[in-house]
Design a protein around this ligand. Structure first.
Ligand code: ARG
Length: 592
């Protein structure tokens, strides 16, 4: 039983015996005791004042006395400050709880809740490599999935790849016209970068054509429409839609290059998917669903043949679902994807990790899916997040250039190697391979932690230099704390046994109390969909350990019981730090 559970149950017993109040768990308000008072946990007694017909101070005194005198009491002393009852918890209880944490290999994991949550994240288009915005998306999506898994959900991580449309036709066309048969093999380029380069090439050549047309006297809008390249791209899209074998073949080849490239990026980032969906396989399903909705009178057709949903009853406007020519729009694809996903999995909760510029889109999607009878539609979660940018510096080479995800990760690892080289070189018999592994974990840990500790709603600036600092609220600081603990544990050569009557100092008690909060923190992070809650807890825990370790030694402690208790404390701290970082997708080096 956790400390909070035990005190809650004891306080319920107290108010029942003292005042005849049958309190609910939620009425028992507990908080960490403020540092200016003696105590570990504080009971707020105001909810009982009325029924007790006594002043708050008296109520606090009554309950405090009762809790101390209880059989199996875990309260050593108390003090009452107006309506606040500050409790000092007995050392035996702290030791008991520490033992429980130390024994529990799954500490911080809540029991299976029997429900399935699908988390969609990443969802790139196939015409470009992943960039910094995708990095934030992928890290958030992966972490949310991990956190919900720890909260007892069965989680399916998914991705929808937008693999068809005019954007990929532009890359294909530029490759046909200017590529001279270039392949990832022939050029040594990653496939997604290669395709991205042709997308850029299309744009350059297209702009040249527009310029020439404007110079010959055409107005700009007409030039944009009439430029031969855009007409060719549209022609290609049409041929794609008709299933033209030559175009389909080219499309498949080029997309397969992109996927090989994406896979490499995902692997490096440490994210993965249980099932990937492709827009080319879902958009026709979407059309069918819209047509079903039309037959059932949920949507309507206009005189020009286009199909619409009337959302005015929901406080929104009217939404186009199929164009005049019967072709589908972005949201139609999402309806089809939802349908296929629901055929594949009994989804109870659907989460979309997508940037905040699409908030309207997901409001509409929620209403449409609900209307079409998808049980998860109404309560779908759009996990919306803000923009991320880099300060101007070495990564942001040209004005307006997006930061490439692969380059960013490489740069982080290179920076980590540089920053940690003094520390790492001091390690005994370290091989180059191990040093490289440490740099990889630290570089990526820095990146991930810095992005995940921020409230996802906020726009943010990713500062590479700040993120690698070993002393701040950073990933490397937590990794370093962990590695230090592991080094102590490696040097220890006695078996660790916790003795039930060992003295505890304040720092040790604070540390145990923080450890007891981990399950609650995991739950809060799940309820709030917040990796930041986990990140900030891990930082607090690492700081508390460092503060303890700064003042007291572990292996050099003479008293055997105290030494063993500290070893247990260190081992549990390492375990909880490790588990917390797993929830953020951050790997921990065993030494650094
Ligand atoms: N590929 C889209 C884009 O780059 C994002 C897709 C988001 N997910 C979705 N189910 N609509 O804007």
């Amino acid at each position: 039983m956790s400390l909070e559970q035990k005190i809650t149950s004891d306080v319920k017993q107290a108010v029942s015996a003292l005042y005849g109040i049958q309190a609910e768990d939620q009425q028992i308000q507990l908080q960490k005791t403020k540092p200016q008072f003696e105590g570990n946990l504080t009971v707020v007694v105001f909810p009982f004042v009325k029924a007790a017909r006594k002043a708050p101070q008296m109520v606090a005194e009554d309950i405090g006395k009762y809790l101390c005198e209880l059989n199996n009491s875990i309260v050593l002393r108390y003090n009452a400050v107006q309506g606040f009852l500050n409790l000092v918890i007995a050392p035996e209880f702290w030791l008991h709880i520490l033992q429980e944490i130390d024994n529990n290999a799954d500490y911080g994991t809540l029991p299976n809740n029997g429900h399935l949550m699908m988390v969609e994240y990443s969802s790139p288009n196939t015409n470009k490599p992943l960039h910094l915005g995708h990095v934030r998306n992928n890290l958030l999506g992966y972490s949310i999935a991990k956190i919900q898994e720890a909260n007892g959900w069965k989680v399916i991580k998914t991705n929808i790849v937008n693999d068809r449309g005019i954007h990929i036709c532009k890359s294909m066309l530029a490759w046909q016209l200017f590529g001279n048969g270039e392949t990832p093999q022939s050029s040594g380029k990653k496939g997604d970068h290669l395709i991205g380069d042709y997308y850029v090439r299309f744009d350059i050549e297209y702009k040249k054509q527009i310029k020439a047309l404007v110079e010959s006297g055409m107005d700009e809008d007409t030039a944009k429409r009439e430029a031969p390249l855009i007409k060719q791209a549209q022609q290609m899209l049409l041929r794609w839609e008709q299933g033209d074998p030559e175009i389909r073949q080219l499309w498949q080849t080029m997309n397969s290059w992109v996927y090989a490239g994406f896979d490499e990026t995902y692997r490096m980032m440490g994210v993965s998917f249980d099932k990937i969906y492709y827009e080319s396989q879902t958009y026709l399903e979407g059309k069918k669903e819209v047509e079903r909705g039309l037959e059932e009178g949920k949507f309507y057709r206009r005189a020009d043949n286009s199909v619409w949903a009337d959302l005015t009853g929901d406080g929104l406007d009217e939404k186009l679902l199929l164009r005049q020519d019967g072709t589908s729009v972005y949201i139609t694809q999402d309806i089809g994807t939802a349908k296929l996903r629901y055929q594949d999995y009994p989804i109870d909760k659907m989460v979309y990790v997508v940037g905040n510029e699409q908030e309207y889109h997901f409001k509409v999607l929620s209403i449409l899916l609900d209307r079409l009878g998808f049980p998860f539609g109404k309560e779908l979660v759009h996990f919306s997040y803000g923009m991320v940018e880099l300060p101007n510096g070495k990564m942001k080479s040209r004005e307006g250039t997006v930061v490439d995800a692969d380059d960013l990760m490489q740069q982080m690892i290179a920076d980590a190697k540089e920053v940690s080289k003094d520390k790492v070189n001091k390690l005994a018999d370290i091989s180059q391979a191990e040093a490289d592994e440490i740099a990889r974990k630290v570089g990526l840990g820095a990146l991930k932690y810095f992005i995940l500790k921020v409230d996802p709603k906020k726009n943010m600036l990713f500062n590479p230099e700040e993120s690698i600092d070993f002393n701040g609220n950073t990933g490397p600081f937590i990794q370093y704390t962990y590695a230090r603990i592991k080094s102590v544990l490696r040097k220890n050569n006695e078996e660790i046994n916790l003795c039930a009557d060992t003295q505890l100092n304040d720092k040790e008690v604070s540390l145990i109390q923080l450890l007891t909060q981990f399950t609650q923190v995991v739950k809060q992070a799940g309820d709030e969909f917040s990796p930041a809650v986990i990140a900030n807890y891990a930082y607090e825990l690492a700081s508390a350990f460092n503060s303890f370790y700064h003042d007291y030694s572990i292996l050099n402690e003479e008293d055997k019981n105290i030494r063993q208790m500290r070893l247990t404390l260190a081992r549990s701290t390492a375990k909880v730090l490790y588990s917390a970082m797993v929830l953020l997708g951050i790997e921990m080096p065993e030494r650094m």
